[in-house]
Ligand binder design. Structure first.
Ligand code: UGA
Length: 439
């Protein structure tokens, strides 16, 4: 098949490369010419496992190319995926759909033949009919264009794996649109044939599937972090507790790691956008739980700042604090709503001198947080520090020898915000160890 992917960020670039891997001819389209140039040179614009290899392989094979032209994209194929970003509106909970509607408005007048437009972006429920109306109004092909809703559930740092081997595929259609279903089934044929559950539904259910999945994942994390607060008040150990709970298959252990909480470009804005939309629909009471989920999550960051203050005898001014981690989670260079950087920023505002290290995200962090100091090597970063905070659980950090590290500072004190440092070894090496949710 010949297909296009409009928007080549995390979602779109990964989707384009994976569709080429499935054997399709793919044209990725992004209005950012620099990004298009990077992609056409065979490189990924982001740090994402296996993505560089896939883009290099398929730009070389001729199956994958990129353009900044809507006209080229519209003329290229008859299946157009849209994967542009839908961020949070500044100062509001609601989604900013500017990029989505702008992409549809620019694509529409250029689509001359019958086509399927399959939207992958995360949106408030009720967006699909608005996309259909724009396409039918502005496209020469008019109502020969069918809109499909195809939410994406990939995790950053597993994006390629999740796209090629998803837990499920969801296709949402306006009733009676079997042509679009046949086109999507053909596109994902190899994935469907490998036994992936494929759910065909209406637009609203498909839109809500994505919002509810992220709301549930965020709730699971905040649930265990709420329990962590009780652990801190009672002397219990949330790490062991999560393990005990995880043995119950109904609860499970995945996605329930206690710690500094969730960040990134998705979960925080998606729970807020979901609440805002429920409010517009008159169903706001249904989602008040998410307000609490958000509040618990933010309290973890405040708690980390309080613990740091406690460890430094109540005074942060002039203290040297080293932070391990800038990315919102390991194996990515994404720093959007990073809990680690939020804590770093707060400590800096309170007068501490903050040095941050991260294996991949320092270039991005420097751009948004120029007031912080940056050091590449996690061991050198600890030189003369009054306190070390472990805030993003890169495997590299767990492998550092705490004895070697202790020699770098006169006051070996560490707070583990992710629960992955071996407390026994660190204590034996002379460190004073505190951890969120643990005695
Ligand atoms: C999340 C969802 O997991 C994906 O299913 C979804 O497709 C994606 O958002 C999206 O909407 O695009 P992602 O943001 O890449 O994916 O990352 P997660 O692995 O879910 O982690 C999110 C945050 O929660 C990170 O800050 C992570 O450190 C934190 N987290 C995750 C925990 O604190 N505990 C956990 O047990 C799991």
């Amino acid at each position: 098949m010949k297909l296009t992917v409009i928007g080549c960020g995390y979602l779109g670039a990964t989707h384009a490369a994976c569709m080429a891997e499935l054997g399709h001819e793919v044209l990725g389209m992004d209005s950012d010419m620099d990004k298009v140039a990077v992609l056409n040179s065979g490189k990924a614009p982001i740090h994402e496992r296996d993505l560089d290899d896939l883009i290099a392989k398929h730009t070389a094979s001729g199956k994958l190319s990129f353009t900044a032209s809507y006209a080229e994209a519209a003329a290229f194929g008859d299946l157009h995926f849209i994967g542009v970003g839908t961020p949070q509106q500044p100062g509001e909970n609601a989604y900013d759909l500017t990029h989505l509607f702008s992409a549809v408005r620019q694509l529409a007048p250029r689509i001359k033949n019958p086509a399927v437009v399959a939207v992958k972006s995360t949106v408030p429920v009720g967006t699909a009919p608005r996309v259909r109306d724009l396409l039918h109004e502005f496209a020469p092909a008019g109502d020969a264009i069918e809109v499909a809703w195809n939410p994406e559930f990939l995790r950053e740092s597993f994006a390629v794996e999740d796209t090629l081997r998803p837990d499920r595929l969801v296709f949402g259609f306006e009733s009676g649109h079997s042509w679009a279903e046949a086109v999507l089934r053909q596109c994902f044929e190899k994935i469907i044939e490998s036994g992936t559950p494929t759910i065909v539904t209406d637009w609203a259910t498909a839109e809500l599937a994505k919002a509810s999945a992220n709301a549930f994942l965020a709730t699971k994390i905040s649930f265990i972090n709420a329990i962590a607060e009780v652990c801190e008040a009672s002397g219990a150990d949330v790490g062991q507790l999560a393990d005990i709970l995880g043995h119950d298959a109904r609860i499970g252990r995945r996605g329930m790691r206690p710690g500094l909480g969730f960040g990134g470009g998705c979960l925080p804005k998606d729970i807020r956008g979901f609440m805002a939309r429920a409010g517009e629909l008159g169903a706001d009471q249904a989602l008040t739980i998410l307000r609490e989920v958000d509040a618990i999550n933010n309290r973890r960051r405040e708690r980390m700042v309080d613990l740091a203050r406690q460890q430094l005898d109540g005074n942060l001014a002039g203290k040297r604090i080293t932070i391990w981690g800038a990315a919102f989670k390991p194996n990515t260079d994404d720093i959007r709503d990073s809990p680690a950087l939020a804590v770093a920023q707060k400590l800096h505002e309170l007068g501490a001198t903050v040095t941050v290290t991260d294996p991949q995200a320092l270039d991005n962090a420097r751009k948004t947080h120029p007031e912080l100091d940056y050091v590449n090597d996690p061991i050198a970063a600890v030189q003369d520090a009054d306190l070390l905070l472990h805030l993003t659980e890169w495997p590299q950090f767990s492998h550092v020898d705490p004895a070697r590290l202790a020699a770098r500072t006169a006051t070996p004190r560490v707070i583990d915000g992710r629960g992955t440092l071996n407390q026994i070894t660190w204590r034996e090496a002379g460190w004073t160890v505190r951890a969120l949710g643990r005695p």
